[in-house]
Design a protein around this ligand. Structure first.
Ligand SMILES: [Zn+2]
Length: 272
């Protein structure tokens, strides 16, 4: 993405975050990955509702400043997500009140209550508490990033990410909306979860439509354990690669080109 468009979108998303009360004061931070080595990020100590395009900071992928503006102190969290997820081009961190209430209560957003959330977001795990801007927080988040598109951070807030900034923002908004509905339904006497077979159908739809890939089945929390679709090591997503899950979880195997050629030539010579 070109830098000018990224700057414009970050300012627009910052306004929305502020107007929707997902942040107050100088809370929250947003970034876009321009290319392999450049990030545009919101500046430190600035209200996200009052940013200008020229107030944003540019850094390299290690966080080293490439402009005279200082990036958010929480940029390390963004850089960690970019390292773990090459497909992610934008990160949105805020403290939306309902989502953050889950994080404060020590709860993940992981009950299968809304069909569209299963389709587009998946469950949102809770990373244990870590001091913001330290390795503590990074260590708590790291195992969860690969298989989720949004996380809660205990006693802190929420972060969502995606292939562009609007997808990251939409995911954050879906997280907040889901948390709000969950809280309201509890006030009405409790929510009713979708049954496992309905969840399986939704997972099939979301993979066919390309909303989420099989990597999102390896979720560390939530409703996938009630279905036949969770991967066998789903409770330890960091311990094994996605390829490994595919091999064990869905009757798929992966071969290198050489292995495939070898297999085919064996099959052909076996027939002769
Ligand atoms: Zn924060």
């Amino acid at each position: 993405m070109d830098e000018q468009t990224a700057r414009r979108e970050i300012v627009a998303v910052g306004k929305l975050l502020y107007e929707r009360s997902y942040v107050v004061s100088s809370d929250g931070n947003v970034s876009v990955r321009l290319d392999d080595d450049r990030i545009v990020a919101t500046p430190t100590m600035t209200c996200k509702g009052r940013m200008t395009e020229d107030s944003l900071a540019v850094t390299d992928i290690e966080g080293k400043p490439l402009s005279d503006r200082r990036a958010s102190s929480e940029l390390d969290m963004h850089l960690l997500i970019y390292r773990e997820r090459p497909d992610v081009k934008a990160v949105c961190h805020a403290h939306p009140p309902h989502g953050t209430a889950f994080a404060v209560a020590g709860l993940a957003i992981d009950q299968p209550i809304l069909s569209e959330v299963i389709l587009t977001l998946g469950c949102v795990p809770l990373a244990g508490y870590g001091t913001p801007s330290t390795a503590e927080l990074a260590n708590a988040m790291q195992p969860l990033i690969k298989h989720h598109n949004a996380l809660l951070m205990a006693n802190h807030g929420a972060v969502a990410y995606g292939s562009d900034l609007w997808q990251a923002f939409d995911r954050l908004e879906t997280l907040e909306h889901t948390a709000k509905i969950a809280i309201l339904s509890r006030a009405l006497g409790g929510s009713r979860n979708l049954p496992p077979d309905a969840i399986e159908k939704l997972i099939n739809v979301r993979e066919k439509a390309g909303y989420l890939d099989e990597g999102a089945r390896c979720q560390a929390c939530g409703y996938l354990h009630e279905t036949r679709m969770t991967c066998p090591t789903g409770d330890r997503p960091a311990a094994s690669s996605h390829e490994h899950h595919s091999a064990n979880g869905s009757n798929k195997i992966s071969l290198t080109r050489d292995e495939l050629v070898e297999l085919l030539s064996q099959a052909v010579s076996g027939r002769e």
